[in-house]
Design a protein around this ligand. Structure first.
Ligand code: SF4
Ligand code: SF4
Length: 442
C-alpha cells in the first residue's frame, strides 16, 4: 500500500475507490441530472456532495454521523450523474463500495438487520423460497385481506409507512403467466444465430409474460433461444444491499449456468438492472479477494457477450414486424439501461418498428421513477415523491401505454398508474412487438 494513502485505506480495492473520488473536480455539472438533489435540494443529497462525503470518510476528515450516512443511503444509484460528468467519475462503483463497506457495517444491529441480510444474501438465489413468498402474496391479495386492510385504513392507522410499502407490493399474476421458459425455442424462418436468455430470479414470478414475449420475439426475428436449466439470480439485488460477497457468488453461478449451454452468440437480458450487472462481472470478480486470473478472464469474456435484448435486436437489424398495434406509447428509459449501459436509441428503434404504434414524448423520460432496486421498499416516501411527479408527466403526455425495459420500473410504474387511477397499460417494449406478431396470427 502507498505511504501516501489516507489512514482509512486498508486494501487495494479501498485505494481504487479512493482514487475514483479524487477524479471529481467539483464542477457541479452532475447536479441537474440528480433526482435526489432535485427532491431535497441539499449538497449532501447530490453526486458532488456524496463524492465529497465518501472521500472525507476515507480520509477520516468526516465522521460517519447518522445525517451523513442517511444522505449517502438516499442515493438511488440511478447513475444519471455518470454520463454528464466530464471527469468520468464512476459513481455507481463508488456507491456500491460505499454501501458494502460504509453503510452496511454502520446499520444498527437487531432483527431488522438480520432479515435484511438474509434477503440480500439468500432470498434471490432460492427459487423455492421466492415461490413460497409469491404464494403468500397471492393469498393475501386473492383472499381479500389486502383490500380489507387498505379500504378500512387499518394499515394506515398502525403505520402510514407500512401502508405505503403495501401499495408498492406487486400483484402476482395467474399461474399460466408464471411458467418457466422452455429450455429451447426454435428460430422462425431462416436462422440468424443462437442466443441465451436470462430468466432472472423475481421476473419469472412477477413478469413471466415479459420473458415469454422476449423469447417469442427473438424466435420471430430468427434467433434460436436457449435458457439455462438452473434459474439464477444475476446478483444485482445483493449488490444493491451492499452484499458484494453474495453478488460475486451469484455472478459465478450465472457464468457457470450459461457456460453449460455451449457456444452461443450473445447472452441476452430483458432487465436493465440484470444486464448492467452482468456487463460488470469482469470488474466485480477482478476486485474479489482470491479470484484466479482464469476466473477473471472468464468473467470478462462472459461480460463482453452480454446485451440488452433491445440493443441486440437493433444491432442485428430488426426484421419487418408483422401485424399492427394501435397505441399511443410513451417510453420511459430505465436508468440501468440509459445511464449504466448507455443504451438509449435501441428501445425507441424497436418501438418505431411496430406498425400502427405512435410514440408520444414524455417529459423527464430519462429520470429515475423511484424504483431504484428496492428503493421503494427501503425509502417508500421518497420513492413515491419521485414517482408521483412522473405519473403527472405521463398523464400530460396523453399516452395510453407506457413502455419501459426493466422489471423494477415496470412494477413501480404500474403501482403509480394504479394509485393515480390512470387507464394506461405498462409494458416492456418487446411485449408490443410480440403483440403485433400475434395480431398477425403468428
Ligand atoms: S460532474 Fe463529475 S466532476 Fe463534476 S462535480 Fe459531478 S462528479 Fe464531480
Ligand atoms: S446515482 Fe442518481 S441519485 Fe445517486 S447521486 Fe447519482 S444521480 Fe443522484
Amino acid at each position: 500500500m502507498s505511504d501516501l494513502a489516507p489512514p482509512h485505506i486498508r486494501s487495494r480495492v479501498d485505494l481504487i475507490q479512493y482514487g475514483r473520488a479524487l477524479d471529481c473536480v467539483h464542477c457541479g455539472l452532475c447536479l441537474p441530472a440528480c433526482p435526489t438533489y432535485d427532491l431535497f435540494a441539499r449538497e449532501g443529497t447530490g453526486p458532488r456532495g456524496r463524492v465529497y462525503l465518501m472521500r472525507g470518510l476515507a480520509e477520516g476528515e468526516i465522521r460517519p454521523a447518522p445525517t451523513v450516512l442517511r444522505d449517502l443511503d438516499l442515493c438511488l444509484v440511478c447513475r444519471a450523474c455518470e454520463p454528464v460528468c466530464p471527469s468520468g467519475v464512476r459513481f455507481g462503483e463508488m456507491m456500491e463500495f460505499c454501501r458494502a463497506h460504509i453503510l452496511e457495517p454502520a446499520r444498527p444491529p437487531g432483527r431488522g438487520l438480520r432479515l435484511r441480510r438474509f434477503v440480500a444474501r439468500h432470498l434471490f438465489n432460492r427459487p423455492r423460497l421466492l415461490h413460497a413468498l409469491a404464494v403468500l402474496l397471492l393469498l393475501y391479495d386473492r383472499l381479500g385481506l389486502r383490500r380489507l386492510l387498505c379500504s378500512y385504513g387499518v394499515l394506515e392507522y398502525f403505520s402510514p409507512e407500512l401502508a405505503l410499502r403495501d401499495s408498492f407490493l406487486p400483484r402476482i399474476p395467474r399461474w399460466s403467466e408464471r411458467r418457466r421458459l422452455p429450455r429451447r425455442t426454435a428460430a422462425r424462418g431462416a436462422t440468424r444465430g443462437r442466443v441465451a436468455l436470462l430468466e432472472g430470479c423475481v421476473a419469472p414470478l412477477l413478469l413471466g409474460r415479459v420473458n415469454h414475449a422476449t423469447a417469442r420475439v427473438l424466435a420471430e426475428q430468427g434467433f434460436e433461444v436457449l435458457v439455462p436449466r438452473r434459474r439464477t439470480c444475476c446478483g444485482a439485488l445483493s449488490a444493491h444491499f451492499g452484499q458484494l460477497g453474495a453478488a460475486r457468488a451469484a455472478a459465478r453461478r450465472t457464468i457457470a449456468a450459461f457456460q453449460a449451454l455451449g457456444p452461443i452468440d450473445a447472452v441476452l437480458s430483458n432487465s436493465a438492472g440484470c444486464g448492467a450487472m452482468m456487463k460488470d462481472y469482469g470488474r466485480l470478480l477482478e476486485e474479489a479477494e482470491g479470484a484466479s486470473a482464469a476466473e477473471v478472464r472468464a468473467a470478462h469474456g462472459f461480460a463482453a457477450r452480454v446485451r440488452d435484448v433491445t440493443e441486440f435486436l437493433a444491432d442485428q437489424g430488426i426484421r419487418p414486424v408483422p401485424g399492427r398495434v394501435e397505441a399511443r406509447v410513451a417510453y420511459a428509459a430505465a436508468c440501468h439501461l440509459a445511464h449504466a449501459q448507455r443504451v438509449t436509441a435501441a428501445p425507441l428503434e424497436l418501438l418505431r418498428a411496430v406498425p400502427g404504434l405512435e410514440l408520444v414524448p414524455l417529459e423527464r423520460a430519462d429520470r429515475c421513477c423511484g424504483a431504484g432496486g428496492l428503493y421503494n421498499a427501503l425509502h417508500p416516501r421518497e420513492s413515491l415523491a419521485l414517482l408521483e411527479a412522473h405519473v403527472e408527466d405521463l398523464r400530460r403526455s396523453g399516452a395510453d401505454t407506457l413502455a419501459t425495459a426493466n422489471p423494477g420500473c415496470l412494477l413501480q410504474w404500474r403501482a403509480g398508474v394504479e394509485r393515480a387511477g390512470l387507464a394506461v397499460e405498462v409494458c416492456h417494449p418487446v411485449e408490443l412487438l410480440d403483440r403485433a406478431a400475434r395480431v398477425a396470427g403468428r
